[in-house]
Design a protein around this ligand. Structure first.
Ligand code: URA
Length: 485
């Protein structure tokens, strides 16, 4: 996609698009190198309003300075926010990082917190778009096309587009939003102007087909009623015809649903949609997307841990697993084997799973951080805890894994996993044993990490804690079965 670069006039920077990360980065780098203070820069988007006003004159750029990868990722998300101050806030942070490369690690700093909140709101909006876009099939002159209308809160459409390309590769589709439209023809993604809601097809008989389609593919294992009501603000409902069916479907029996699939699958238009949905079930596009993700993860340099680790240790397990277990990071043996939970903690985990009646081959097991962090002491590599920056850098991968797998139940094994999944510090003792709602709406159970159980010196307490861990696993198993029943 070709885009114009930023225009820098004195210290007024005009970006051609509201989510123009590259334009912001180039201008910010030049301004920071020239020592221009944050208060002297006006950031604006072409045709939009400016945030701050400054007067000084621009100096020529010098060579750029390195910034942590975590900041680049934070900034890529923050630029998509609709807050007009976002560019100025990022620039202020960049100036801090210039003098202190660790500045982002101070989670209590108000600027760091504000930026993280903005990034979080953007991620949430992207998640909503992934979850709530609903395509309607229309007959175009050149064949069938799936069209959806969506109103995001932030400038996320370009950022969210890849998900749809991966998920609906074989379909031709368009997503219309007030800011811009994106179109996929099976091979190329293109952009067009924004659209009004009326441009998207709606109303009978298409509307009826649409509702029948959603009724037929409705998956109770993926439905969380409380979370859905919380996560699906009313403003999205009018674009989602199936919301009128939510109540009957919750109340309805599985058999009725199966009958509906069979009866309605032959209707015109519906067949394609059903086929498209089936293609993304495990073994179809989903598997291909996961494999592509794994391939990318193997080359990950999002933080510095890759420099000393042997390899990326990615998640493993069936992609339709009803439980996703998230550990902390691979240990020494996992780093060598390239698989999660195969060392001493993994053996304890396997034994506990067995006692709880969970077959490991039916669950997805992954880690919050995908590279082994250690200290070399002589010949030994001693585990060291991942820091906030490393957890943050690796959250991207777990987010992708969750988006693809969408497990009905996620389990955080220990504090690092909980921190990664909830994007904040969580006290395990306060939340253990009760289902929690993740920022993306999923259900999460939090329990201890198997390594903690390995380290307890007193025999009695060790037995007690292991029994509690097995108790947690049994409850989790029951809950997953309940959701799937
Ligand atoms: N500890 C973890 O958290 N994950 C592993 O894969 C191994 C040990």
């Amino acid at each position: 996609m070709l885009r114009d670069g930023p225009m820098i006039d004195a210290h007024r920077v005009t970006l051609p698009a509201p989510d123009d990360f590259d334009g912001w980065r180039d201008a910010a780098r030049d301004l920071a190198e020239a020592g221009v203070p944050a208060s002297a820069v006006v950031w604006q988007v072409e045709g939009g309003e400016a945030d701050l006003f400054g007067t000084a004159t621009m100096q020529p750029a010098a060579p750029s300075f390195p910034v942590p990868r975590a900041f680049v990722e934070l900034a890529q998300a923050v630029v998509c926010h609709s807050d007009p101050e976002r560019f100025a806030l990022l620039y202020a942070m960049l100036l801090r990082l210039k003098s202190n490369r660790q500045a982002l690690d101070d989670a209590a700093d108000p600027l760091v917190r504000r930026l993280q909140d903005l990034a979080k709101a953007v991620r949430r909006d992207i998640h909503k778009m992934h979850a709530f876009v609903r395509f309607r099939e229309i007959e175009a002159p050149d064949g069938a096309r799936f069209v959806a209308f969506f109103e995001p809160e932030h400038h996320i459409v370009r950022r969210a587009a890849n998900f749809f390309v991966n998920r609906f590769t074989a379909m031709r589709w368009s997503i219309l939003t007030p800011e811009l439209s994106i179109h996929w023809d099976g091979a190329t993604l293109s952009e067009g102007p924004g659209a009004a809601r009326a441009d998207a097809p709606a109303g009978d008989p298409l509307e009826e087909t649409w509702r029948t389609y959603y009724a037929s593919i409705f998956n109770p294992a993926r439905l969380k009623v409380g979370a859905m009501l919380k996560e699906m603000p009313k403003k999205y409902w009018r674009n989602m015809p199936e919301t009128s069916l939510v109540q009957p479907l919750i109340a309805g029996a599985r058999q009725r649903e199966i009958d509906m699939i069979d009866a309605s699958a032959v209707k015109d238009g519906l067949k394609h949609a059903l086929e498209a949905e089936r293609r993304v079930e495990p073994g179809g596009n989903l598997r291909a997307s996961w494999e592509a993700l794994l391939k990318d993860a193997r080359k990950c340099t999002r933080c510095d841990l890759y420099r000393h680790a042997t390899q990326t240790v990615f998640g493993e397990g069936p992609l339709d697993a009803s439980i996703m277990f998230v550990g902390e990071q691979p240990g020494d043996q996992e780093d060598i084997a390239g698989r999660p939970f195969v060392g001493p903690a993994g053996q304890l985990f396997d034994a506990a799973l067995e006692k709880a009646g969970i077959d490991r081959s039916t669950v997805y097991v992954t880690n919050a951080v995908k590279h082994f962090k250690f200290e070399q002491r002589g010949k030994k590599r001693i585990h060291s805890k991942p820091g906030a920056g490393e957890i943050e850098a690796c959250r991207w991968w777990i987010g992708q894994e969750r988006d693809l797998i969408r497990p009905p139940v996620t389990v955080a094994l220990g504090a690092t996993a909980a921190r990664s999944l909830f994007d904040k510090v969580v006290t395990i003792s306060k939340v253990r044993g009760e289902p929690q709602t993740l920022p993306d709406g999923g259900e999460c159970w939090i329990t201890v990490h198997p390594s903690f159980l390995l380290r307890i010196p007193e025999e009695d307490r060790r037995h007690e804690e292991r029994a509690l861990f097995v108790r947690d696993l049994k409850r989790i198993k029951e809950r997953a079965a309940e959701l799937a029943a």
